[in-house]
Design a protein around this ligand. Structure first.
Ligand code: RP5
Length: 162
């Protein structure tokens, strides 16, 4: 199975990124977690992106806050799918990172999830791998069913209570 790269701009992004790691773990999808910055370590980020396909990755998740160029910098150097997680910082409620991540120019797509949307980033990466992996697709179906059951149970609980 292809690996998923999870890259964050700083270890201060870890509390957000951990939800993506947990989700990939739950689905048994192999991953590598790295800290690289579009601004502080641009050479390392470029090198990693250039070699990602030959190194066995199928998609990459890039999490960054503030002037969040990480996902875009990776997209510039690979044709693997890049998923961006805008991380909420101490100012602007994460809107700065959201706009920096989502507003890519034509020809350089970054699939941007919600601010701090790490679980969805991982699920999207899993869905990409599941295009050609039926076992993974079955696990996604099972998770959807379990989530639906949880909502039915919550609905019943609320109806009974009120
Ligand atoms: C971004 O700047 C990082 O992704 C992080 O969200 C933000 C702040 O980084 P630190 O100053 O906490 O290292 O590049």
């Amino acid at each position: 199975m292809k690996k998923i790269a999870i890259i964050m701009g700083s270890t201060s992004d870890l509390p957000v990124v951990e939800k993506a790691v947990d989700t990939l773990k739950d689905f048994g999808v192999p991953y590598e977690v790295r800290v690289m910055s579009a601004h502080r370590t641009p050479e390392a980020a470029r090198e990693f992106a250039l070699k990602a396909r030959e190194n066995g990755f199928g998609a990459m998740i890039c999490a960054a806050g503030m002037a969040a160029h990480l996902a875009g910098a990776f997209a510039a150097n690979t044709t693997l799918p890049v998923i961006g997680i805008p991380v909420k910082g101490s100012t602007f409620d994460g809107l700065d990172a959201l706009l920096s991540t989502v507003q890519m120019p034509s020809g350089m797509p970054v699939a941007t999830v919600a601010i701090n949307g790490a679980a969805n980033a991982a699920l999207l990466a899993i869905q990409m791998l599941a295009i050609t992996d039926e076992d993974l697709a079955a696990k996604l179906d099972a998770q959807r069913k379990a989530n639906t059951e949880k909502i039915y149970a919550a609905d019943e609980e609320v109806r009974n209570k009120y």
